[in-house]
Design a protein around this ligand. Sequence first.
Ligand SMILES: O=C(O)CCC(=O)C(=O)O
Ligand SMILES: [Fe+2]
Length: 298
Amino acid sequence: MEESLIIQFDTENWDLEFTKEIQEKAIEGLENGSVLFFPKLNFPLLDEEKKFLDPAWVSGAKNISFDPRSSTLKGVEGKHEDLKLLSGLLKRYADKTRNFLHLLFPFYGSSLKIARTSFRPVEISGRPTSARKDDTRLHVDAFPSSPTGGERILRVFSNINPHGKPRNWRIGEPFQNYLKHLLPQLSPPTPGKRFFLYLFGITKGYRSLYDHYMLELHDKGKLDLQYQKNSPQVAFEFPAGSTWIVFTDQVLHAVDKGQFLLEQTFHIKVDALKHPEKSPLKLLETALNKKLITADTF
Ligand SMILES: O=C(O)CCC(=O)C(=O)O
Ligand SMILES: [Fe+2]
């Protein structure tokens, strides 16, 4: 099947059933590495929530984050009533996106696990950051302190910019090509290092070989300036009031510009996918000729 970068859907509603045809188109596109784009799917704020559209709320981090599993809010300071109001907004986004994914991808059922919600009120353009944390460089997602143990990273994004400003992304080449380019640069883990990171609580859980190689791809890709400059990439503007869904561990992406975004992360086991063979785990295992999720972790 010819892969399209972006597949567009017309829905304006978070709560409506989809036809089998739409569900099929969505899951095939998603697992093929397309961005599912919903130009008319807006996430409205209540009047009393609009005061949060201000970067001054962010404290000590680059984003505000919420964990819908424990209702904990991080990266923000304020009065109890305000924190409660903001938690309510993020919880509503978590609930809406979870329900939406169940309607769109019934195939995943209860395998779809909800993780963090993030609110990003800081303008991306000109924001100071280190090379490895710089999301204006093309990358697939992999996080140094949060190994997934082989699970996928599925993210829902909604641009809630109140001034009609888009979020400017670039989307790179298919994962297979990115992997092929970086394969000669990938190094195996330093013996004992992952155990040390686990023992001292630096990683939340043990960093599997899969997580190690995904982080290698993430870091070496961001540091490869020739690749950043010369690799195939397409710019795309996600308008204010739109939503998009992406496997960010598979789709090469970079964000250049934009302010006020909501993002909800989900995880899903590779075995629960419709096409596990298209996952970064299976592609990496084939390329390295090695199992990357093993029982004898240490
Ligand atoms: O903030 C954005 O628009 C995207 C940043 C990013 O790379 C991500 O959320 O994975
Ligand atoms: Fe990312």
